[in-house]
Design a binder for this molecule. Structure first.
Ligand code: ADP
Ligand code: MG
Length: 455
């Protein structure tokens, strides 16, 4: 009871401090995308964490993490979450959705109660680990215990930990169901359920699991959905799990992060490797992830690239969990510069230093393109994406350009250009981004490049 009163007080305080801001959250909020450093004149600057009425430990934690101002998604969702409303929040990759959820959630935990009070479901093991790390940073001084449960790791250890004390359980669907069957996880005290990367969790492959998990939480609870992409079909599915939700969308349907430049290279598959080596050598690469569509392609590319680059590793679901976790840790702390990966690294993971994302293979669909390229350009930093395109990819490329609002820059020939003009005279739709390439390629005009495809 005291806990609820405290929450109401904190929310009222936050609203009071922000007097002229919105009072009750409206049903749907569409917040326009603002460029960093160019705030809308009519609006106040971003809200700071001091204004929220966080506990002193919470405030000290966000300060330690270097978070001064709230990101737009954090500012938009905080009052909704603390008011106990269900929420479907959409915002671009790298916009701070984890903390948007974790900060109010941690504040709501009653540490005197030894029970799982919040359940966060994520699609991959690495995301579970990352989520727990973020919650630990925010909540460990308050005594909040978060724990990640995922497959590929000793169930006995996880059971022992859960039985001892866990307030926030972050889990992948498969292992969570196992633990539910074993009677280890009790969800009767869960007040808040979060689906992160909700669109993926509500897609075939996970949907049945999510259905089963949600059917185990019969009592009244709050449900929060976070995603960077969501099509209409999935939005329809969310209705089943949300009660009178508020929809916050900081995305237009076609948006991609403005901080990323999108390059494409039309190339014969046999020439990709030479082009990749040449690209990585001439570009100023901080860290890069090279995405392939299949494990065997990752293996093969790694074998070949290892001959040229020493500081290179690979990752896919065929590796042991220990190896995967260790590689991700090393990559995150910049001990590895080049990582060849399948889509296990494609979603949600926060790699601050990634300057370049390379699609060795064209992603299967538009949202996968958004997630992969969103591993760079996080929190407004500059990022570069390069996608190799072969002849059979052209229909999908057209679809990508139709669905996503960005300026594609072609290195060399643009195969979609049908004017018959000389290749090297092409200008992109908007100016700016390709200048770098024009300069660099002066000695070797794209039209004469050895990497030109023979379509
Ligand atoms: P998303 O889930 O939207 O893809 P993340 O939650 O992974 O994004 O956050 C991306 C990065 O932004 C992380 O490195 C995180 O530490 C940082 N971040 C989050 N909130 C803030 C903030 N208010 N100020 C500064 N950095 C932040
Ligand atoms: Mg995320």
């Amino acid at each position: 009871m005291i806990h609820i009163l405290l929450r109401v007080f904190q929310y009222a305080k936050a609203l009071f401090t922000r007097k002229k801001r919105s009072h009750e959250p409206p049903q749907t909020r569409h917040v326009s995308r603002q460029k960093k450093g160019k705030p809308d004149k009519k609006q106040k600057g971003p809200m700071t964490f001091q204004e929220l009425g966080l506990s002193s430990e919470g405030l000290a934690a966000v300060e330690r993490m270097g978070y001064g101002e709230m990101t737009p998604i954090q500012e938009a969702t905080y009052p909704i979450i603390t008011a106990g409303r269900d929420l479907c929040a959409l915002a671009e990759t790298g916009s701070g959705k984890t903390a948007a959820c974790a900060i109010p959630l941690v504040q709501a935990i009653d540490t005197s109660e030894n029970a799982i009070q919040a359940l966060i479901i994520v699609p991959t093991r690495e995301l579970a680990i990352q989520y727990v790390e973020e919650i630990d940073k925010i909540g460990s001084d308050m005594g909040v215990v978060a724990f990640a449960a995922f497959g590929g790791f000793s169930k006995d250890i996880q059971i022992a930990k859960i039985k001892h004390k866990v307030h926030v359980l972050v889990a992948t669907p498969g292992r969570l169901i196992d633990l539910l069957y074993d009677g280890v996880v009790r969800l009767s005290q869960v007040r808040c359920v979060v689906l992160d990367e909700a669109d993926q969790l509500l897609m075939e492959g996970f949907l049945e699991d999510i259905d089963l998990i949600m059917s185990c939480i019969l009592h009244e609870h709050q449900t929060l959905l976070f995603a960077a992409t969501m099509d209409d079909e999935v939005t329809g599915l969310t209705k089943k799990y949300l009660r009178d939700p508020v929809h916050v969308t900081l995305l237009t349907e076609r948006a991609v992060p403005v901080s990323i430049e999108h390059y494409f290279s039309y190339i014969h598959p046999k020439q990709k490797e030479a082009e990749l080596i040449s690209y990585l050598t001439r570009e100023k690469v901080n860290q890069t992830i090279i995405f392939c569509n299949a494990r065997h392609k990752v293996d093969r590319l790694f074998r070949d690239m290892k001959k040229t680059f020493r500081d290179i590793e690979y990752i896919h679901a065929g590796l042991s969990q220990n190896k995967r976790s260790s590689l991700f840790r090393q990559f995150k702390s910049k001990k590895i510069q080049y990582l060849i990966a399948t889509d296990v690294a494609g979603r949600g993971l926060d790699f601050t230093h990634v300057s370049h994302v390379i699609n060795w293979d064209l992603p299967f669909d538009t949202s996968q393109y958004t997630h992969r390229t969103g591993r760079s350009g996080r929190m407004g930093r500059k990022g570069t994406a390069l996608t190799f395109v072969s002849k059979s990819d052209l229909p999908k490329i057209r679809e990508l350009f139709r669905k996503k609002e960005f300026t594609p820059h072609w290195i060399g020939r643009n195969p979609l250009e049908v004017t018959g003009r000389p290749h090297d005279k092409q200008t992109p739709k908007k100016t700016g981004g390709s200048r770098r390439y024009r300069g660099k390629r002066r000695s070797k005009p794209p039209g004469k490049s050895s990497t030109q495809p023979s379509p």
